[in-house]
Design a protein around this ligand. Structure first.
Ligand code: GLY
Length: 393
């Protein structure tokens, strides 16, 4: 790096996706910087941290499943490396997930999911209601059956974000704690950003990893603007007093009258209940209705939660993309790469995203496993988009 204001790689956005990209790039010998007023913030501060490749599978998302599974397989080694580098525990709990049904409709939905698992070669086991309650005695007596996915684990995204900041610092990543206001384009290349302070940060390659805000950076040519939208998720955090832990031994989830609810129980007693899924634009208000629905559905699943202290309510924004899959790698603008649009799978996809972006930054190409997620798949649609309001990321 010739000056702290220029780098080989500049990552816009210091959420977990931007951080893992920066860490992996720096490990490959690239002089790397991150621009973000609060590195380690963003959606990871809200996310529950399910690594749910199996229980969050949807019809039509088989290509995404391949990437999700590739990332899930990488998690143990990724966590071991991160822990060794930083000395920090990131709350990786290899506990599996139990998805249960409370009525006939929800049971039919789970049966469909089980069929999809079998068609996709995934490991999940159908259990009776009694077998579910044997695994999780706090479940409601009315549970009608469930699916045990032994490979869907969990991590604590807040701790993951903190560890990635430390890993980046140890790898020599420079942090510019300021908003990126505008992409700087020189000739036909992305050349850095102009910050809200009016300073220019130059870079040979720029990675836009701004989560739900990725489509709002000024200066990005219209045909390259990522088609990412915010999808609001509200969560509630409860705390299990120590003498009663473990309240749940694994992640428990269900479809209750058509809405998803999940309960992620951490070893430290935190119990995260999530999440709403709302197309509300940039609104991050925690609403009485959102909290009511989460607690009502979680209470039907595990009646004992009403005894627990409520410690936090929050809303965050998932970066949704038109096909629910991420946008990774080079764009049509030379020098600009994307790492965004991870929607419901940002935490799960963190390891594979770091590896894919590091590969792209050093070779100009995505690795085979990530090739389907090129932003170029939306190129035709992008040229038809209306101009976006210019906003900082
Ligand atoms: N993957 C969980 C969520 O997006 O709510």
């Amino acid at each position: 790096m010739s000056s702290p204001r220029t780098s080989d790689v500049l990552v816009i956005g210091g959420g977990i996706i931007g951080l893992v990209t920066a860490w992996r790039a720096a490990q490959r010998g690239l002089a790397t910087a991150v621009v973000d007023p609060e590195p380690g913030g963003g959606a990871a501060q809200v996310a529950a941290g399910m690594l749910a490749a199996v229980t969050e599978l949807h019809y039509g998302e088989q290509t995404l499943l391949g990437l999700n599974l590739a990332s899930a397989r990488r998690y143990p080694e990724f966590v071991a490396e991160l822990t060794e580098v930083t000395g920090q525990d990131v709350g990786h709990r290899q506990c599996g997930t139990l998805a249960v049904a409370l009525d006939a409709d929800d049971r039919a939905h789970l049966r469909e999911l089980h069929t999809l698992h079998r068609q996709s070669g995934l490991d999940s086991q159908w259990l009776s209601g009694r077998e579910c309650r044997r695994l999780e005695p706090m479940l409601a007596p009315g549970v009608r059956g469930g699916l045990l996915a032994c490979d869907d684990h969990q991590i604590d995204p807040r701790r993951l974000a903190g560890a990635l900041v430390t890993a980046c610092e140890r790898a020599g990543v420079v942090f510019h704690r300021v908003w990126a206001e505008r992409l700087s384009v020189v000739g036909d290349r992305a050349a850095g950003v102009v910050t809200r302070d009016g300073e220019t940060l130059g870079a040979a390659q720029v990675v836009l990893a701004g989560g739900s805000l990725s489509g709002r950076l000024a200066g990005v040519p219209d045909d390259v603007v990522p088609p990412v939208r915010p999808v609001k998720g509200q969560v509630v955090r409860l705390s299990v007093p120590k003498p009663y832990a473990p309240f749940l031994s694994r992640t428990v989830r269900a479809m209750v009258r058509g809405s998803h609810v999940y309960m992620v129980a951490r070893e430290n007693g935190e119990l995260v209940i999530g999440a709403t899924s709302e197309e509300q634009g940039w609104d991050t208000t925690v609403t009485a209705g959102g909290v009511y629905e989460l607690l009502r559905d979680a209470h039907e699943l595990v009646p004992g939660i009403t005894e627990l202290p409520l410690t936090e309510t929050q809303a965050g924004l998932r970066p949704g993309s038109p096909d629910n899959a991420p946008l990774l790698g080079p764009t049509e603008l030379p020098g600009l790469l994307l790492a965004t649009g991870h929607f419901r799978n940002g935490v799960l996809l963190t390891p594979v995203t770091g590896d894919a972006l590091a590969h792209a930054l050093t070779t100009g190409e995505l690795p085979d496993e990530a090739r389907a997620f090129t932003p170029r798949r939306f190129a035709a649609a992008l040229t038809e988009r209306p101009a976006l309001t210019e906003q900082p990321v």
